[in-house]
Ligand binder design. Structure first.
Ligand SMILES: Cc1cc2nc3c(=O)[nH]c(=O)nc-3n(C[C@H](O)[C@H](O)[C@H](O)COP(=O)(O)O)c2cc1C
Length: 245
């Protein structure tokens, strides 16, 4: 147990070292390249196999793409945004964000996701007033200049039959991946987003006028943040959620 915890802590430390490693910029971060090398040497001594595997994977990403470090930063910067400016988001920006969602992987490449882009103010208000479950105040969502509605259109074999056999809800997995592509693309462009899962799917479907075979699963608000990002919310430690075998 202790051994596993120590191993995952060290591996996480190595990942961070590699992910945030300075490239050729020792002048900006004096000493950090040396510290990075020392950390890697120690890790290699203690867990040679894991270190080599993690290191090889991350090193190759670094070598092929300068944006690898940018992605790690992006993931750390993202927050749920609940305070928006009223300024519109240009349609081409919204289209670019949707394109990143569209490129997500999906089981059997069935792409069950469907999106409604709601910019009309009256419809956004209806979504917030009639499309949300009671009990949590989310008026802030109507200020966001864009609300995406994320829905699922199920294919019989992959989305109805296969989950019955395996017990795995493929379309929900697919939609979650696409939705987070959308969120991270928006974050990269300086926009704020917030997932909203506390919805009334039937009412939402009626408001966006989707046919009966598309089921809304979530909303995501989009807009320019009106406040600086909040402090990060706590996360479980790698050792609490990971089992290395
Ligand atoms: C599937 C899903 C549903 C969520 N539903 C809501 C919601 O209904 N209302 C809300 O204010 N936030 C909602 N959130 C945002 C979470 O509260 C938030 O992601 C979490 O507290 C972590 O904070 P962070 O996103 O700032 O890191 C949802 C997030 C996810 C992924």
């Amino acid at each position: 147990m202790c051994h596993n915890l120590a191993r995952s802590a060290i591996c996480e430390f190595m990942r961070r070292q590699l992910a945030c490693r300075p490239r050729n910029d020792a002048s900006t971060f004096p000493g950090s390249i040396t510290r990075h090398r020392q950390a890697m040497r120690i890790a290699l001594l203690i867990y040679p196999q894991e270190t080599a595997t993690v290191s090889a994977g991350l090193e190759s990403t670094h070598m092929t793409s300068d944006k690898a470090c940018g992605f790690a930063d992006l993931v750390r910067q993202r927050r749920s945004c609940r305070t928006y400016k009223t300024d519109a988001v240009p349609p081409e920006t919204v289209a670019r964000i949707l394109d990143s969602a569209r490129l997500a992987p999906s089981a059997c490449n069935k792409q069950p996701w469907r999106f409604a882009v709601v910019t009309d103010q009256a419809t956004r208000l209806r979504l917030v007033r009639e499309g949300l479950q009671p009990g949590i105040r989310m008026e802030w969502a109507a200020i966001a200049p864009v609300i995406f509605v994320l829905g699922i259109r199920k294919d019989f074999i992959t989305h109805r039959l296969a989950p019955r056999l395996s017990g795995v809800e493929y379309p929900l997995l697919d939609l979650g991946i696409a939705g987070e592509h959308l969120v991270l693309q928006a974050t990269e462009l300086g926009l704020g987003t917030c997932w909203i899962g506390w919805i009334r799917p039937r009412q939402v479907r009626r408001i966006v006028d989707w046919p009966g075979d598309i089921t809304p699963q979530a909303l995501i608000t989009l807009g320019w943040p009106a406040l600086p990002p909040s402090e990060p919310r706590p996360r479980l430690e790698p050792g609490d959620i990971t089992k290395w075998i």
